[in-house]
Write a protein that binds this ligand. Structure first.
Ligand SMILES: [Zn+2]
Length: 308
């Protein structure tokens, strides 16, 4: 339970989380408060939707017949980025299950089944509409999904909430199916983001007397798991971030690819270049870390030591 963020604060926290934010003209005063006589807040959580359409930013701003806009607070295009649509009460949640709202307030898990529609969700939930057909075939590009995670994390961070203050529309209103991705996975991704510093692009470990340690076997697991897993999959957050920071420092990895804790294919390629630099060839330079190359990377960068 919390007082809604001001428009200025909302903008600031989204940008601080690393998002590029586009502002629809008029969004700061676009809401349903005066028309309904009901004001927005206190707020209890963030709600994720898919739009079930394409090119629907203006629909989300203006609304549709029988449902005046704004239909959300933020609209996230498949490729058009994040747009601010409304500020205050928005027509996105509708009547939802009060038990689920109570669970969001308590941040209890798992959420109870949504089997009633007895509470006005527009009073108390921030809403993000993600442009997607929601048919299970329309892809959520990695960059779009990542922005959704950042949007939810930014608001949770600003309110001091955990990922348990995040829900999908399908989890709060009976009959809803949006969003079409797994909300437990989404919450796990928000949790990972909340464990980082907002806007962090590369983890530069704080100076300390003893250097942090990277566990070789966990790192190998990450390098073998993350590239084939869902975009942004994180197996070994701390170790991967250290290794990526080292690869950035030595010029083998672009900064934009570092710091998300995922040992993705770009990191594997970068590590392979480091192995090549050390004189390894063929499968010895396949980007999967080995003892000698990792120890050398820790030494040369000065960022970590290795435990096997
Ligand atoms: Zn929805």
């Amino acid at each position: 339970m919390a007082t809604p963020l001001t428009a200025a604060k909302m903008l600031a926290v989204l940008k601080a989380e690393g998002l590029t934010v586009h502002e629809h003209a008029g969004w700061k005063t676009h809401n349903r408060d005066s028309a309904t006589g009901k004001s927005f807040g206190p707020v209890h959580g963030v709600l994720i939707h898919h739009t079930a359409g394409h090119n629907d930013r203006e629909v989300c701003f203006n609304g549709r017949t029988g449902l005046p806009g704004p239909l959300c607070h933020g609209w996230l295009g498949q490729t058009a980025g994040l747009w601010m649509i409304g500020h205050g009460r928005a027509n996105h949640a509708g009547l939802v299950d009060g038990d689920v709202i109570h669970a969001l307030v308590a941040e209890s898990s798992p959420l109870p089944k949504d089997d009633r529609a007895d509470t006005d969700g527009n009073d108390c939930l921030y809403g993000l509409e993600i442009e997607n057909l929601g048919n299970g075939k329309d892809p959520y590009p990695a960059a779009q999904y990542r922005q959704a995670v950042l949007w939810a994390a930014a608001i949770c961070r600003a309110h001091g909430w955990s990922e348990r203050s995040v829900a999908g529309h399908k989890e709060v209103q009976p009959g809803k199916i949006d969003p079409s991705f797994d909300m437990d996975v989404f919450r796990a991704d928000v949790k990972k983001q909340l464990a980082t510093k907002p806007g962090a692009t590369a983890a530069t470990p704080p100076p300390s007397a003893s250097k942090p340690k990277v566990d070789l076997s966990r790192l190998i697991t990450a390098a073998k798991t993350d590239p084939g897993a869902k975009q942004g999959h994180v197996t070994y957050l701390a170790g991967t971030n250290l290794v990526e920071a080292a690869l950035v420092k030595l010029g083998y990895l672009a900064r934009t690819y570092a710091g998300d804790g995922s040992f993705g294919s770009t990191t594997v390629t970068a590590y392979g270049r480091w192995q090549y630099h050390l004189g390894y060839r063929g499968t010895d330079a396949n980007g999967i870390p080995g003892q000698k190359s990792l120890v050398e990377l820790g030494k040369k960068s000065g960022l970590f030591t290795v435990v096997a």
